[in-house]
Design a protein around this ligand. Structure first.
Ligand code: FES
Length: 161
């Protein structure tokens, strides 16, 4: 009886089988290595070269039409990939701001009874200018500019000065 490992393999399997199995294991390990490398490299490449189709928010969107809102009401609109909040104040003035709470990113809403922007997640409150006035939000909401052109309401992201 053979005492070496290769002697045992040759005794138990038809000729060529251990080599084919070794090749299969090497292929498996190689493809596992390639998959792991791709899993590390792909996110880095997507960070360096962002996808052309990703809309991370243009500078201006149509948030609605004149007549969509009654005085003292608000609506959520889509600004790129994030929600925005358009408000028509009781005095008839449009205001717009990011609808992403600065605490833990819940979507805020307009509360006509309080005449404030409110976050239901942890009872955070903001003024109509987006300033954080109570609760846990640490920063103001990002304010947007509003312009009425014809019957459309355009909301524009403010440029950082
Ligand atoms: S997420 Fe808005 S108050 Fe916490």
């Amino acid at each position: 009886m053979a005492t070496s490992g290769s002697g045992m393999a040759n005794a138990n399997y038809p000729s060529g089988t251990p080599i084919a199995r070794r090749g299969f294991v090497e292929l498996l390990l190689g493809s596992g290595f390639l998959a792991t490398a791709a899993a590390f490299i792909y996110p880095v490449l997507r960070y360096i070269v962002p996808p052309q189709t990703a809309d991370l928010g243009g500078d201006s969107v149509v948030a609605g039409k004149v007549g969509d809102l009654k005085p003292n009401s608000g609506k959520i609109f889509r600004f790129g990939s994030r929600p925005g909040l358009l408000i028509l104040t009781a005095e008839g003035e449009y205001r717009a701001m990011s609808a992403v709470c600065t605490h833990l990113s819940c979507t805020v809403q307009y509360r006509p009874d309080l005449k404030e922007v409110w976050c239901a997640c942890h009872n955070g409150a903001y003024g109509l200018d987006g300033r954080n006035i109570s609760g846990p939000p640490p920063r103001p909401l990002q304010p947007f500019d509003v312009e009425v052109r014809g019957d459309e309401i355009f909301v524009t992201r403010r440029r950082e000065g």
